[in-house]
Ligand binder design. Structure first.
Ligand code: GLY
Ligand code: MN
Ligand code: MN
Length: 442
């Protein structure tokens, strides 16, 4: 499978929608910059998500300018020209003609012309929309272009007076996924689930965390996901209690659980799935108690997902179940009200229950309405649901019986008109399903 098998998004329609939101403005959308890793080595390049969303153009050193109503063209793409010499070393380039065809953008220009052409494109525009505050270099360049446009103001030429963050206009589009985006997300999440299933089957005591990681990521790549969506977290035993543990260096011990938070990236869309399971294939009684509680909390949270419910509801639903369970297991003794009011559960559950998912694993879009209230869920939104409990040995409040147990269960959920669809359902999460799959072996 490759992303060519999926329908192509209508990038031009997205650009038109953005332009409708800035009739007398101009939008400048740069792609990501290549990052040096060491000496002559760069990190693998990935386009900026906003830029990709509007162009589908994968090369570095590119920038989109949208100028609604401009007589010479509303859409301008600056990119690298063809260069046979460089292409022998660094790979193929679309070039100006290739980019024009690929993106359906009429005005393509060499990136070398950017500084000379951009001030002209800003002339007689009221509003300048661009990513603000993300890169000091880009902010400085933006001001330079605007100041150059201003320097012509004595000739009666107007220049943008108003600056608006691109995210403010664009991220409200990205938060509702269109049908083609959903196909990409389904592919990313489906591949992620296949990797998790494989991980469960091959996991053995004595294996290292990175070996389990390699098995899972091998499946991602084999199925067409050329990258992970974020560094995989594979934490055995107490390492599961370090929320962003990515060292993945230790051996997996018999009797411990392992927490695997791994997601494939497909067509630049992210899967984000966490499963926690016993390294030896069978949950101990204490592990079972905590696992059953986190699973009940996760199911309660999923049940709270529906159009018209707020993004806070499902977090509160998860917390309510966890708090009752922590009391039942005698881990907390205070009243329900006191635990909630004083946030006593945060010693074992310190993160929120989910986030938007899309091109970015923590995807774009606000969680609050303008009036400050939590926003309502709508069909087409995709969220993760990922409650957990972490009994770190470093935490003095950690009860002996549960020492070193860290469990998170994370699914990717699409809000539909009827309620919710769990996109990651192919990754088992019931105790008996997990044990049965692990018993099959690799
Ligand atoms: N994998 C990052 C997260 O779950 O938010
Ligand atoms: Mn997540
Ligand atoms: Mn995750």
């Amino acid at each position: 499978m490759s992303s060519h098998d999926l329908p192509r998004p209508d990038y031009a329609a997205r650009r038109r929608r953005l332009m409708e939101r800035l009739p007398d403005g101009v939008a400048i959308v740069p792609t990501a910059t290549e990052k040096s890793r060491n000496a002559d080595v760069h990190y693998p390049f990935r386009p900026d998500s906003d830029f990709w969303y509007l162009t589908g153009f994968a090369e570095p050193e590119a920038l989109l300018v949208l100028v609604p109503g401009h007589p010479d063209g509303e859409e301008w793409l600056f990119c690298r020209p063809r260069d046979p010499e460089r292409e022998i070393w660094d790979g193929r380039r679309a070039g100006l003609e290739g980019a024009r065809e690929l993106c359906g953008i009429q005005q393509t220009r060499s990136i070398v012309e950017l500084d000379s052409l951009l001030p002209e494109l800003l002339q007689n525009r009221e509003l300048l929309c661009a990513p603000l505050g993300r890169s000091a270099d880009f902010d400085a360049r933006l001001m330079l272009w605007r100041n150059q446009a201003r320097s012509r103001s004595r000739a009666g030429i107007r220049y943008p007076q108003e600056l608006v963050d691109l995210g403010f206009l664009l991220h409200e589009m990205r938060v509702i996924k269109d049908p083609v985006e959903l196909e990409h997300l389904r592919a990313a999440v489906g591949i992620s689930a296949a990797g998790h299933r494989h991980g469960m089957r091959v996991c053995r005591p004595g294996m290292t965390e990175y070996q389990l990681q390699a098995e899972i990521e091998f499946v991602f790549q084999r199925l067409g996901a050329r990258s992970v969506a974020y560094p995989s977290i594979v934490g055995g035993g107490p390492n599961a209690c370090i929320l962003h543990y990515t060292e993945n260096r230790d051996a997996l011990a018999d009797g411990d659980l392992v927490l695997v938070d791994a997601g494939a990236e497909y067509g630049n869309y992210a899967g984000d799935i966490t499963r926690s399971y016993p390294v030896n294939g069978v949950f101990s009684p204490a592990q079972r108690e905590v696992y059953a509680l986190v699973l009940a909390s996760q199911k309660a949270a999923i049940a709270a997902l529906a159009p018209g419910r707020s993004v806070a509801d499902y977090h509160e639903a998860a917390v309510a179940v966890l708090v009752d369970g922590l009391r039942d297991l005698k881990i907390l003794s205070e009243s329900r009200e006191a635990i909630l009011e004083q946030g006593l559960y945060r010693s074992f559950y310190m993160h929120r229950t989910g986030h938007w998912l899309g091109l970015d694993v923590h995807d774009a879009g606000s969680y609050r309405q303008r009036d400050g209230n939590w926003r309502m869920l709508e069909p087409g939104m995709v969220v993760t649901v990922e409650p957990g409990l972490y009994f770190s040995p470093e935490n003095p409040a950690c009860p002996e019986r549960y020492r070193g147990i860290g469990i998170r269960i994370e699914d990717d959920c699409l809000i539909t008109a009827e309620g919710v669809e769990v996109l990651s359902a192919a990754a088992p999460k019931e105790i008996d399903e997990i044990e049965a799959l692990m018993a099959l072996g690799g």
